[in-house]
Ligand binder design. Structure first.
Ligand code: ADP
Ligand code: GLC
Length: 642
């Protein structure tokens, strides 16, 4: 079949691009790396140090089983590393295999496992994860790696479950949007609900040095990848913080860029590598979670790997959940390229799973097919994505899997977002003194941004990635009408050049009343949440949205479009009853956005007493993670009912 043939040009380019650094990495480590063909595994092996022996492609494709660095070479290899004294003894093992047999027996087990896996054919995705899978006991890490003393939590009496989070960003290490917030906050909340959580992330070079310095070396191994005929270094660097263990997958070849997302040509191989390495690392560490909770397309292949190449390995016992934070990004590329990098068997490249059309494969689509449960980040978005308008061409697939799809709305971390203690603010405040102190923050913000300092002005903030998703064309269309002499607008964001330039243009045109901060600045974002009166979120679509939650918690009233999580979290202000949390509009039209802004202004300028009531109501609203984390915990328990 034509589509099975790898595109030779692409393949060659891809190999070329990655060859040199990996070879260097192998040499530096001075370790033996080789793949054990099943038939030969029992034979004793001797290989020169620093060599990489590739297995036949067919072999690699199947299990990734190979002999790893001999135990004797470990001390030497490790001597070069900044290993903490408290780090556990590192055992070099094959991460795709059980770690129960004594060293001498290991090769034989590897061989048996390899042969067994070779014979098994992956079943169709709908059958691949039967609900009646047997419950299994958890193998816990016996030697805890504790770098910082974990605080004492009020541990709930809910049953304990272990969860591995796998995703591409996490505050404060790396964050481009709300995914980073969720990967930070939800694990911490789950710890309080008696979960044992490990977060697995790429070790990007852009992670700030202060965190790089805190990581300790946890181990390393080599892993084959798809049809590349190469073994790739996988290092594990660990950081334990507030009860959550963060494991960073290290490979300079894939993660040395300054940004987590580059372009699909680079991102497809790096996230194929990351998804496979994350599972192999769990096996390597012998930390087998009850639940593997994956996030977005970058971890989309994890559920597929789990039920195919890893199904007969220890981690294959885990149940998987895939959370959609943003359906717009799916990891789509031509089939040969994804086959080449992932090494997934042909069976998964069918229309029920990875195959998108005659040409392309879709990593998220495959994950959705194989995951035991799918969640997304609000109830409304869970419905919307099953429609043509919001389904991003996956609506049929999602409707097919709707039985395992659920919406759980995000929250915000009250430690990270707390106006009473926030170090970024000019003046801290709480529910009791918001009306006095918010004004001081407004004046400080105006000063900071070079706006006219006037507490009587209505200040509207917008904090956003500047992309087509966020409704910025609506904002741009009405700026002239919004800036009526009593209103100021502050935009903080980076993204598409077209929007960056538009907002720069407005700043030039309306100096003193319009501020365009084309930058990513966490502390400034906090000051805008505190100093603005209202925050705009007019999104075209919004799976959940966190900026409206941050705003409400800081007493800043959201003006939002009724879509996705915005609809679920902002109750429209009712001028007759005085109820509600913000101002909303439904259809995606600039006139309706302007109308919502004008309604907000009218209340602000003509009925400040009622405006202030909404401010206080919003600050008192529960937008924490507590309730939503419980729903995730219940989902975990539903999947592991022992
Ligand atoms: P998305 O994930 O689609 O970008 P969310 O509303 O879920 O949108 O999350 C955005 C997160 O990123 C919020 O925490 C917001 O404060 C933050 N953020 C967005 N842009 C910036 C920026 N330019 N500077 C600082 N923080 C930003
Ligand atoms: C995505 C969505 C956003 C959501 C965030 C965290 O980036 O665009 O709506 O809040 O993920 O789930």
């Amino acid at each position: 079949m034509a589509r099975k043939k790898a595109n030779p040009a692409k393949k060659e380019a891809a190999v070329k691009r990655t060859e040199a650094p990996a070879a260097a990495a192998v040499e530096e480590k001075s370790v033996e790396v080789q793949t054990v063909p099943a038939a030969e595994a029992k034979k004793p092996k001797t290989k020169a140090a620093a060599s990489t022996e590739s297995a036949p492609a067919a072999q690699e494709k199947k299990t990734g089983a190979k002999e790893t660095t001999p135990a004797e070479s470990v001390p030497a290899a490790e001597a070069k590393k900044p290993v903490s004294k408290r780090a556990p003894a590192i055992k070099k093992t094959d991460p795709t295999q059980e770690e129960t047999a004594p060293a001498a027996e290991k090769k034989e087990i590897v061989a048996k496992k390899t042969a067994a896996t070779e014979k098994k054919v992956t079943s169709a995705p709908e059958e691949a994860a039967p609900a009646e899978r047997e419950a299994v006991s958890v193998v816990e890490e016996t030697i805890p790696v504790v770098e910082e003393a974990a605080p004492v939590y009020e541990i709930s009496n809910l049953p304990r479950r272990s969860v591995a989070f796998i995703g591409s960003e996490c505050h404060p290490f790396v964050k481009t949007g709300g995914l980073g917030d969720v990967m930070y906050a939800l694990p911490r909340e789950l710890v309080r609900l008696n979960c044992d959580v490990r977060v697995i992330l790429p070790r990007y070079a852009c992670i700030p040095q202060e965190y790089q310095d805190k990581m300790i070396y946890r181990g390393e191994f080599y892993m084959d990848m798809g049809l590349t005929n190469r073994n790739y270094y996988v290092g594990i660097m660990e950081y334990v913080w507030d009860g959550v263990v963060y494991d960073f997958i290290d490979n300079q070849e894939f993660f040395s860029a300054g940004n987590p997302y580059l372009n699909l040509v680079d991102d497809i191989p790096r996230y194929c590598f990351f998804s496979k390495a994350a599972l192999a690392a769990l096996n390597y560490m012998n930390w087998i979670p009850d639940i593997i909770h994956c996030h977005d397309w970058q971890a989309g292949l994890v559920p597929v790997y789990l039920r195919t190449l890893f199904k007969d390995t220890p981690v294959g016992r885990a149940r998987s959940i895939l959370t959609i934070h943003n359906l717009r990004f799916q990891g789509i590329y031509n089939i040969p390229t994804i086959q080449y990098w992932s090494g997934l068997p042909n069976e998964v490249f069918n229309m029920g799973a990875l195959q998108q059309d005659w040409v392309n494969a879709n990593m998220l689509k495959g994950g959705l097919a194989y995951a035991d449960r799918i969640t997304t980040v609000s109830g409304t978005y869970a419905h919307e994505i099953q429609t043509a308008e919001y389904g991003e061409r996956l609506e049929d697939h999602l409707r097919y899997h709707s039985g395992k799809l659920r919406g759980i709305v995000n929250g915000i971390d009250y430690g990270m977002w707390n106006p009473e203690t926030d170090p970024a603010l000019a003046v801290n405040y709480g529910l009791g003194n918001v009306l006095d102190h918010k004004m001081e923050n407004k004046l400080a913000l105006q000063r900071e941004l070079g706006l006219e300092q006037d507490e009587g002005k209505f200040v509207i903030g917008l904090i956003s990635r500047l992309t087509n998703q966020k409704g910025l064309d609506l904002v741009s269309a009405i700026i002239a009408q919004v800036l009526d002499g009593n209103t100021q607008v502050v935009v903080l964001g980076t993204g598409d050049k077209q929007y960056e330039d538009t907002f720069r243009y407005y700043e030039n045109t309306y100096r003193g009343t319009f501020s365009a901060c084309i930058q990513y600045d966490e502390a400034r974002a906090h000051r805008i949440y505190a100093g603005a009166d209202a925050l705009l979120v007019p999104s075209r679509f919004e799976p959940c949205g966190l900026t409206q939650l941050n705003a409400m918690h800081y007493g800043t009233i959201p003006i939002v479009r009724e879509t996705g999580g915005l609809k679920d979290t902002v109750e429209p202000y009712n001028e007759y009853t005085g109820d509600g949390n913000g101002f909303t509009f439904d259809r995606y039209e600039a006139g309706l956005l302007l109308d919502a802004i004008n309604r907000a202004k009218t209340l602000y300028f003509t009925n400040r007493y009622h405006w202030d009531e909404v401010v206080q109501r919003d600050m008192a609203k529960d937008v924490s993670w507590e309730n939503s984390a419980r729903q995730y915990k219940n989902l975990y328990l539903e999947l592991t009912p022992w």
